[in-house]
Design a protein around this ligand. Structure first.
Ligand code: ZN
Length: 134
């Protein structure tokens, strides 16, 4: 039996960080995994996944603002689809994270949350969650 889980996410803005921590913890509980590793993988080229502070929403706002300073929307890009900035931000933030699981939940730090990062929305997106037991 496959234990690859697919989370469906509908983003509502062009750029958006969405806290998916509770959804992943719920998958872990339903799968009955008490100890192991959780791999979170984003199968998209203009989105990403990251882990950072979730208590103060201005942190992810600042991250997004600075990413937009580092990667300007308009530049001498050649990609005809016109979304090269989103592709570059996806590369910088990354497509996957691995988090330890113990006692049936993600072992995140006090302030850490897992964020799905949209850089070219709004779109219908997927996140793959693979649970490795042991
Ligand atoms: Zn493109």
């Amino acid at each position: 039996m496959s234990n690859l889980h697919v989370m469906e996410i509908k983003t509502t803005r062009k750029e958006q960080f969405i806290d998916i921590t509770a959804g992943i913890n719920s998958l872990i509980r339903k799968a009955g995994v008490s100890d192991g590793l959780c791999n979170i993988y984003v199968p998209h080229t203009t989105a990403a996944v990251t882990i950072n502070e979730g208590a103060d929403p201005s942190v992810v706002d600042d991250v997004l603002m600075q990413l937009n300073t580092l990667v300007p929307e308009n530049n001498a890009y050649t990609h005809a689809e016109g979304n090269s900035a989103a592709h570059i931000k996806s590369i910088l933030v990354g497509a996957s994270k691995m988090v330890p699981v113990a006692e049936g939940s993600l072992q995140l730090g006090t302030w850490q949350k897992i964020f799905f990062c949209e850089f070219d929305g709004p779109r219908h997106r997927k996140v793959f969650v693979k649970l490795l037991m042991g």
